[in-house]
Design a protein around this ligand. Structure first.
Ligand code: ATP
Ligand code: MG
Length: 537
């Protein structure tokens, strides 16, 4: 029997056509009593029906299955086609009621089919298709597929249905054969570096490799009776079920979960899943790799990262204490009016170095906090302009030193809900960057505005060394310094670590804002922006 031909060609349309003409004829016949149709019209319909039945007969004779029409309580009313070949009983056996179709359904399938039938009649579903086994008169079991659809409700309020039944034994055999065939050769499967599995939509296993038996501790016999979800527990079970669902819907997925062996041993695995369709039936095939080593390494790395962070935070605090006099004392000395210009310059350099070192320590501390995800904001509503002005005046001596022109265009009366210390750090870094990366006599423009979406936007534009497109990704990264970019006259910036923008970005992100920059390229200046929401949601 040519299976594919049968599956491709189901006689529904043709049957439906005949049925429709029949229905019209029935209706017309009823109406003739009420004199709504003339005799001639009825005759015409009768002729049409005969023609159609003729065509239908030719079709049925060539159809390798059974066609039926009936109603719920007596579905065997009308049976044609290859009845005898398929069941061993004649059409007459069924139409006379000597044997009922239900009586030849394989007992194990009967309950499932009866339930499906009940559901079909009790819901508005119009079509249904079922696969089940029947027992041939000669005792042999055959698989059939039944397609059924509702036609209309007759005068006695009976649901008239029509359908066809085809023999799919060969297809089922092919499926079974596939389950047993070596589509995947054992030797290949056993040489895989992990566990291999192939299961159907219900999670029932078709194939697995030796590794699967070894890792799980179950015998092949046991595995054949288990479902894939039996190998997972708790949260993982639900997660794996979702990933499997994803494979059947989208075609592929991956997952990480603990694979549980017979003795209860948990092994972390990385799983892959691919939808494989064989004989129209979808399966999931894939592999699981033991990732215990990787997990251990990850844990070690996390531990050493934590040790590193702990060291940095202790060290930076230790460094900060001696800085207090280094920054404090020059301040006092500078108040002495008897100093020469040269002495003042020296003292200033000490002060700048100290401040720079202090800033570096703050940056390192903040970075470790960001990495440990322990940075927190203490926000309050405040006017932004005083904050900007104080950051500018803290750095005014550097601008003066470089002979930078500073232009300010600040929108008045803007209040923001922010952590002032953290936002100060962002402002200071952006202003200091503009100073550092702008040659002597350059221009720095600082502006603020409110955009149409009610966001506060700060921008700082310089006409300095600019940022090349190829370096654009680097600037917001940790330790992201552009090589050879420093041409500033600001002699004391060698402490720059490349952490400033990394930290600034985190701080702005924590405030629910965004930070970005624009530059036409090398030596064409740079504008940095950040945006903060005016009101917290
Ligand atoms: P730190 O801020 O930690 O002291 P840094 O200023 O080098 O050091 P970031 O503020 O993160 O680090 O800036 C990263 C890099 O981006 C800088 O090293 C510089 O190469 C580039 N950059 C930043 N701002 C500008 C600017 N205004 N013009 C040109 N390049 C800039
Ligand atoms: Mg910086």
């Amino acid at each position: 029997m040519n299976i594919s031909k049968e599956l491709d060609f189901l006689p529904d349309d043709s049957l439906l056509l005949t049925a429709l003409i029949k229905k019209t004829y029935d209706v017309a016949k009823n109406l003739i009593d009420e004199n709504l149709f003339t005799k001639a019209e009825i005759k015409y319909l009768e002729q049409k029906l005969k023609d159609s039945e003729k065509k239908y007969r030719i079709f049925i004779e060539n159809f390798n299955g059974i066609a039926f029409q009936g109603y719920q309580d007596f579905p065997d009313a009308f049976f044609e086609g290859n009845v005898e070949e398929m069941t061993g009983y004649t059409e007459e056996d069924f139409t006379s009621g000597r044997i009922k179709w239900n009586e030849i359904i394989y007992p194990d399938d009967l309950e499932r089919i009866n339930n499906a039938v009940k559901k079909f009649y009790s819901t508005p579903i119009n079509c249904d298709s079922r696969e089940y086994r029947i027992i041939h008169k000669n005792g042999k079991v055959r698989w059939v597929m039944e397609n059924i659809h509702k036609l209309y409700v007759n005068k006695k309020k009976e649901e008239i249905v029509q359908g066809n039944i085809i023999d799919i034994t060969e297809r089922k055999k092919a499926d079974e054969k596939f389950r047993k065939t070596k589509v995947f050769s054992d030797s290949v499967l056993d040489s895989l570096p992990g566990i291999f599995y192939l299961f159907d939509e219900k999670g029932k296993f078709m194939r697995w490799n030796k590794n699967f038996e070894e890792v799980s501790g179950y015998s092949g016999e046991e595995i054949s009776k288990m479902s894939i979800l039996d190998f997972f527990k708790g949260e993982d079970k639900k997660y794996i079920a979702e990933r499997i669902q994803e494979v059947f819907v989208k075609g592929k997925s991956t997952a990480e979960a603990n694979f549980i062996s017979k003795s209860g041993r948990k092994t972390p695995h990385y799983f892959t899943g691919l939808r494989i369709i064989i004989n129209n039936i979808p399966y999931l095939g894939g592999m699981g790799i033991d990732i215990s080593e990787r997990k251990k390494a990850e844990k070690k790395l996390q531990e050493s990262e934590k040790r590193y962070r702990d060291f940095i935070s202790v060290a930076s605090h230790e460094f900060k204490t001696p800085l207090i006099p280094i920054i404090g004392i020059p301040h006092l000395i500078l108040k002495d009016t008897n100093l020469t210009e040269q002495q003042k310059d020296f003292i200033n350099e000490i002060l700048i170095s100290g401040k720079k070192l202090n800033e570096l320590m703050d940056n390192l501390l903040d970075t470790t906090k960001i990495d440990a995800k322990s940075i927190e904001l203490t926000k309050r509503e405040m006017a932004i302009n005083p904050l900007i002005n104080s950051c500018i005046s803290d750095l005014a001596f550097l601008m003066k030193h470089n002979n930078h022109t500073v232009i300010k265009r600040l929108k008045e009366n803007v209040k923001l809900n922010i952590d002032d210390k953290k936002i100060s750090r962002v402002l200071t870094n952006l202003i200091l960057n503009a100073i550092k990366y702008t040659p002597r006599n350059g221009k720095i423009e600082i502006s603020t505005q409110i955009d149409v979406a009610d966001n506060f936007i700060f921008s700082i534009k310089d006409n300095g060394i600019g940022i090349d497109k190829k370096d654009a990704d680097l600037v917001f990264q940790k330790f992201g310094k552009i090589r050879g970019a420093k041409i500033s006259q600001y002699a004391l910036d060698t402490y720059g670590t490349g952490l400033g923008l990394y930290i600034s970005k985190e701080i702005i992100k924590l405030h629910g804002g965004e930070i970005w920059f624009e530059s036409e390229g090398r030596n064409k200046g740079t504008t940095f922006y950040f945006e903060l929401p005016l009101k917290d949601d």
